[in-house]
Design a protein around this ligand. Structure first.
Ligand SMILES: C[S@@+](CC[C@H](N)C(=O)[O-])C[C@H]1O[C@@H](n2cnc3c(N)ncnc32)[C@H](O)[C@@H]1O
Length: 326
């Protein structure tokens, strides 16, 4: 089953995600590629553990979904997100039994080390989301990254590092086979938490059922209001604060309801969202600026700021704001 971010709760629970198998162990695989690991590994269990797979590549997601379906693994959820976002916002404290990382991208250039997944903050986050007795399992052919990850785990102060043989299924992935053909031998480490730090979830919520709780503003626009002079393009603008950047990219006229729709790009750490903010006339002549449900946006400080950015933009064009609900 593929879950977009908007299908999750923040944080979520095994009992909601796997209602029929909630008592089974829960495994997260980060960067599952074309999805070969889990069908191989799950076959080692009489009852396959609950599986959560996270990937950045949409093509990989579809390939993996086909494999899981063919293997009859119906207690498996795949999602296309940065691993950090899933682990921080969706996985509950002490929720997971295993986090598996097979052949992570090594980012070998000196200037790119910040892109590596397995750095000390990752290990603190992982320790907070693992159960007592849980572990992170790393298999990689990249010796330098392997040493880097082991050192990062030690530096986190919350993990012990044990070297071991990889699980056989980790030697059957696409990258395992690729490196085996080149004569490279993988290394394997098991990182076990010695403490479970309280790494908090962020200020992130599903799109509210109640329209009154959707980020919005009400304003009166001047009778002469036009969004731009004829022939003038919408001028892109950027707003930044603490943890977010909002770029208002464009504005479209709505032919159905009258009014406009603004397109905003919102960046908060690893999380990016494209959201639509509607500007529609109300019966009393005022206008409602409101986050649209389209695309399944998640309510975050940055998304609220996108509604604020559209409101500010209208205010600069003569709008009188009477209510801010964001
Ligand atoms: C080298 S491939 C390995 C794929 C697979 N594990 C295998 O062994 O064949 C690394 C994978 O990690 C994914 N990836 C990289 N960074 C990620 C992140 N932050 N969150 C989730 N997936 C990520 C990439 O899209 C890529 O598919």
């Amino acid at each position: 089953m593929i879950f977009p971010l908007g299908d999750f709760h923040f944080p979520d629970a095994a009992s909601r995600l796997y209602p029929h198998t909630a008592q089974r162990p829960w495994v997260l695989e980060i960067g599952f590629g074309d999805g070969r690991f889990w069908p191989h590994h799950a076959a080692d269990f009489a009852e396959p553990p609950n599986y959560l797979g996270v990937e950045l590549s949409g093509v990989s997601l579809l390939k993996a979904q086909r494999r899981l379906k063919a293997a009859g693994l119906d207690n498996a959820i795949l999602t296309k997100l940065p691993a950090d976002v899933l682990l921080r916002e969706v996985v509950p404290h002490g929720g997971l039994d295993r986090i598996v990382v097979n052949f992570p991208d090594p980012w070998p250039k000196a200037g790119h080390l910040d892109h590596r997944l397995l750095r000390a903050p990752f290990f603190s986050l992982a320790a907070s989301r693992l159960k007592a007795g849980g572990a992170v399992l790393l298999t990689t052919d990249h010796d330098e990254y392997f040493e880097f990850a082991c050192q990062a785990a030690r530096d986190s102060g919350v993990m012990t590092v044990d070297l071991a043989d990889p699980p056989p299924a980790a030697l059957e992935t696409k990258y395992a086979l690729k490196w085996r053909d080149l004569g490279l031998a993988p290394q394997h480490a098991r990182f076990t938490p010695t403490a479970h730090p309280d790494v908090p979830h962020g200020d992130i919520h599903p799109y509210p059922e109640d329209p009154a709780h959707v980020p919005h503003a009400i304003l009166s626009l001047p009778a002469t209001f036009t969004p731009a002079a004829p022939g003038q393009p919408f001028e892109k603008r950027t707003a930044r604060a603490g943890g977010w950047t909002v770029i208002l990219l464009d504005l479209y006229a709505s032919l159905r309801v009258g009014g406009w729709v603004a397109l905003a790009h919102v960046v908060e750490g690893e999380l990016t969202q494209e959201v639509l903010v509607g500007i529609t006339a109300r019966e009393d002549g005022s206008h409602l600026v409101r986050l649209a449900k389209f695309g399944g946006p998640i309510i975050t400080p940055g998304v609220k700021a996108a509604v604020g950015a559209v409101t500010d933009w209208l205010e600069e064009r003569g709008g009188q704001v009477t209510h801010r609900g964001y």
